[in-house]
Design a protein around this ligand. Structure first.
Ligand code: CUA
Length: 364
C-alpha cells in the first residue's frame, strides 16, 4: 500500500528514518482531500439531475430542497474542524521529531555559496558537492551561507531547511540504506540556482569508517582521495577543532574566553556546548551551533548571565568556515575537565567588571 501510494504520487524513495511517517500523513491528507472533492462532484451531478428545470413555466410540483437544520450545519462545521485539527496534531508531532536532534550523532558543517555546497567534518575532512554519511546513524547538519539565502533540500530524506548568512540552522536525518541521493537548492539564489546541486552518498558504517572517517595520513604528500583537506606541517590532517583554536587565537577570542573553565571577561568555552546557558533576560538556552553562531554575530541578543555585554559583533569578520571551526572547537570542549581552581560560573555569580584599559572596546 505504501509503495503503491508512493508511486501514484511520484514521491522519491524513502531513504531516511522519518520519511515513511511523513509520507503517511501526506497520503492521509491527499486521500481525504480527494474523497472530499469526489463527494462534492457527485453531489453536484446528483443535484443538477434531481432539481433540473423540467418546463418553461414554474412547476408547482417541482421538489424543493429541505434547508439544513442547525444541528446539521454545526455537525458539518465541527467535523471539518476536527479533521483539520487532527492533521495539524500529526504534523506538529512530526515537526517536533525533526526539531529535536538525537544526541551522539555525527555533526557535519555545511556551507552554501553561489552556487555550491561544501561540507566540513570534525576530523578535518572537507568535500565539495558530495556529503558522505554512514547509514543507521544520526547525522546533524549545522548550516550557514557565505552570501545569500539558500535552502538545503534532500527529497529522499524529506528534509528542507533554509541556509541563512550569519546564522546557523540545523537539520538531522538518519539514512536507512546505502545509496546516492540528490541535494537541491530550494530557494532562488541567483543565476545558477537551478544547477546548485549536490549529492548525499550514504555508505555502510564499515565503509564509511574505512574510507572516510579514519584520519588520513599523507607521508608522501598523498592526500585522502575523498578529501580536499587542509594538512598540517607533519602531513597529517588538521582536525576542525584544531583549526578552531588557530582561528580563536588569530581573531582575538582567547583574550576574553578561556578553554579550561576559568571564567574571564567572557564565559569559558569548556563545558559550554550542549549545556544550558542562563541568560540576563528570560529563560535559559542550550548552547548549540545556532546559539553559538548567534552569539558571535549578534553578541547582545542573548547575554550569558553574570557577564557584561561587551563583546563586539563578528558579523562580516568571521568567514563561515571559521565560524564552523570555532563551533567545533567549543563542541570538542563539551566534556572538558574543568580546572580545579576554576569555579563554574553559576547563575548568581557577580558580574565581571571590565578593566579600564579595555573600556574603549575590544578589537576583534
Ligand atoms: Cu542556492 Cu538556490
Amino acid at each position: 500500500m505504501n509503495e503503491l501510494m508512493r508511486r501514484l504520487l511520484f514521491l522519491p524513495p524513502q531513504a531516511s528514518g522519518f520519511a515513511r511517517d511523513f509520507d503517511y500523513l501526506h497520503y492521509a491528507v491527499i486521500t481525504v482531500s480527494m474523497l472530499g472533492v469526489l463527494a462534492v462532484a457527485l453531489a453536484l451531478l446528483w443535484f443538477s439531475f434531481k432539481y433540473r428545470r423540467r418546463t418553461q413555466t414554474t412547476d408547482p410540483a417541482r421538489p424543493r430542497p429541505e434547508p439544513l437544520t442547525h444541528a446539521q450545519e454545526f455537525g458539518t462545521a465541527f467535523g471539518l474542524l476536527a479533521l483539520f485539527v487532527g492533521f495539524w496534531c500529526f504534523g506538529v508531532r512530526q515537526y517536533a521529531v525533526m526539531q529535536r536532534v538525537p544526541p551522539g550523532g555525527l555533526l557535519v558543517y555545511v556551507t552554501a555559496k553561489q552556487w555550491m555546497w561544501s561540507f566540513d567534518y570534525a576530523n578535518g575532512n572537507r568535500t565539495n558537492e558530495t556529503l558522505y554519511v554512514p547509514t543507521g546513524r544520526t547525522v546533524e547538519l549545522a548550516m550557514t551561507s557565505r552570501d545569500v539565502i539558500h535552502s538545503f533540500y534532500v527529497p529522499a530524506f524529506r528534509i528542507k531547511k533554509d541556509v541563512i548568512p550569519g546564522r546557523t540552522t540545523s537539520v538531522w536525518f538518519s539514512a536507512v540504506r546505502p545509496g546516492v541521493y540528490p541535494i537541491f537548492c530550494a530557494e532562488y539564489c541567483g543565476l545558477d540556482h537551478s544547477v546548485m546541486r549536490g549529492r548525499v552518498v550514504a555508505l555502510t558504517p564499515n565503509e564509511f569508517a574505512e574510507r572516510f572517517e579514519r584520519t588520513p595520513r599523507a607521508p608522501g604528500g598523498a592526500t585522502h582521495p575523498l578529501a580536499e583537506a587542509e594538512l598540517g606541517g607533519n602531513g597529517e590532517l588538521t582536525s576542525l577543532a584544531a583549526r578552531g583554536e588557530r582561528v580563536a587565537a588569530a581573531r582575538g577570542c582567547l583574550r576574553c574566553h578561556t578553554l579550561d573553565g576559568t571564567p574571564h571577561l567572557g564565559p569559558s568555552w569548556a563545558r559550554l556546548y550542549g549545556h544550558e546557558v542562563p541568560l540576563e533576560s528570560g529563560a535559559p538556552v542550550v548552547a548549540d551551533a545556532a546559539y553559538l553562531t548567534e552569539s558571535m554575530m549578534e553578541p547582545l541578543a542573548k547575554v550569558h548571565r553574570g557577564f557584561s555585554p561587551i563583546m563586539p559583533t563578528y558579523r562580516g569578520i568571521l568567514q563561515p568556515a571559521e565560524t564552523a571551526a570555532l563551533v567545533e572547537l567549543i563542541r570538542s570542549l563539551a566534556d572538558a575537565p574543568i580546572q580545579p581552581t576554576a569555579p563554574l560560573v553559576s547563575a548568581d555569580a557577580p558580574a565581571v567588571t571590565l578593566p579600564t584599559a579595555l573600556d574603549g572596546g575590544i578589537a576583534p
